[in-house]
Design a protein around this ligand. Structure first.
Ligand SMILES: NC(=O)c1ccc[n+]([C@@H]2O[C@H](COP(=O)([O-])OP(=O)(O)OC[C@H]3O[C@@H](n4cnc5c(N)ncnc54)[C@H](O)[C@@H]3O)[C@@H](O)[C@H]2O)c1
Length: 260
C-alpha cells in the first residue's frame, strides 16, 4: 500500500479521472473525501467503497464557490482527521457542459459570460481548492501533496477551446508558483497533463463528432485513448513516498502525443 492511512480530497471525484483516482487511493490505503458538484454520483461511489475498510465520504460542492470550498476542507479536517493529499480534477470542457448545446466557439464568437464561467470553475476553482488545502496543511505542519489535473492543452493550443486551454495553462503556472511557496512547508505541488482519456467529458465530444475518435487514435503514437486508471496511476505516484523529490513538475501522460 502506497498511501496507507493518508487522508485525501479528490475534487471531481464522482466521474472519470477523479473517480478512478478515488478507487485507486482507497485500494492503496487512503481515506478519501469525494468532492463533486454531482452529489448523487459522489454518494454512489462512497457506497461502492463502503466495504473497503477505508473512510470514504461524499461531499457536494461547487469548486468555484469560495465558502463551499472552505467548508469542504473544514469537513475533511473534522471527519477524516486532516488532509495529506489533494487531487484537484473538477473541470468542464466548455461553459454549460452537460446542457444540450455544444459551446465550443471561436474567440470572436465567444460571449464573455461563457469565458468567465469556464475560468471560474477550471482556474478559480483550482486556486480556491489549492489555497484552502494549503492553509490546512500548513496549520497541521505535517507536509503534504497537492496534485492538479491540467491537460496537454495547457501546452498545445486548440481552436474553439481558448477558455479551456487558458485555464489549463493557468493551472500549470499556479502549480509552479505554489510549489515554490509551499516548499518550505514540505508540501509538494505537481500537475498531470493527460491527453485524451476515456471519460464522460471526452465521451460527450466523441458522440457529437463522428470520426473524432479515430482522428485522436491516429494522432497518438501508442495508438489508443487512455483509460482513467492510467491517470490515477500517475496521481498515486505523485501522492506517494516515491515522489518525495518531485515538485513543480508537469507529468505528461499522453501516449506520446506531445513530447516536451
Ligand atoms: N478526459 C480527457 O480527455 C481529459 C484530458 C485532459 C485533461 N482532462 C482533465 O481531467 C480532469 C477530469 O476530467 P474527466 O475527463 O474525468 O471529466 P468528467 O466530466 O468525467 O469529470 C469531471 C467531474 O468534475 C465535476 N465538476 C465539474 N464542475 C464542477 C464544479 N464546479 N464543482 C465541483 N465539481 C465539478 C463533475 O461533476 C464531474 O464529476 C479535468 O480537469 C479535465 O479537464 C481530461
Amino acid at each position: 500500500m502506497r498511501i496507507e492511512n493518508k487522508n485525501a480530497i479528490v475534487t471531481g471525484g464522482a466521474s472519470g479521472i477523479g473517480r478512478a483516482t478515488v478507487r485507486r487511493f482507497a485500494a492503496e490505503g487512503a481515506n478519501v473525501l469525494i468532492a463533486d458538484r454531482n452529489g448523487a454520483g459522489a454518494e454512489l461511489l462512497a457506497q461502492e467503497l463502503a466495504g473497503s475498510g477505508r473512510k470514504v465520504l461524499a461531499h457536494q460542492l461547487d469548486v468555484s464557490n469560495e465558502g463551499e470550498v472552505d467548508a469542504m476542507v473544514d469537513r475533511a479536517v473534522r471527519d477524516l482527521g486532516g488532509v495529506d493529499i489533494l487531487v484537484a480534477a473538477a473541470a468542464i470542457p466548455y461553459a454549460g457542459f452537460g446542457g444540450a448545446e455544444d459551446r465550443h466557439r471561436a474567440i470572436v464568437d465567444k460571449p464573455f459570460a461563457e469565458w468567465r464561467e469556464l475560468l471560474s470553475v477550471n482556474l478559480d476553482g483550482v486556486f480556491l481548492v489549492d489555497r484552502a488545502v494549503a492553509r490546512a496543511m500548513i496549520k497541521a505542519g505535517g507536509g503534504g501533496r497537492i496534485i492538479n489535473i491540467s491537460s496537454v492543452m495547457a501546452v498545445r493550443p486548440a481552436v474553439n477551446s481558448s477558455d479551456y486551454c487558458v485555464s489549463k495553462a493557468g493551472v500549470w503556472m499556479l502549480t509552479k508558483v505554489l510549489a515554490l511557496e509551499l516548499a518550505p512547508h514540505r508540501i509538494t505541488v505537481n500537475a498531470i497533463a493527460p491527453g485524451g482519456v476515456r471519460t464522460p467529458m471526452l465521451g460527450a465530444a466523441l458522440q457529437r463528432n463522428p470520426g473524432m475518435e479515430q482522428a485522436i487514435i491516429d494522432s497518438v503514437p501508442l495508438h489508443r485513448i487512455a483509460e482513467p486508471e492510467e491517470i490515477a496511476a500517475a496521481a498515486v505516484f505523485l501522492a506517494g513516498e516515491e515522489a518525495s523529490y518531485c515538485t513543480g513538475t508537469l507529468l505528461h501522460v499522453n501516449g506520446g502525443t506531445l513530447m516536451v
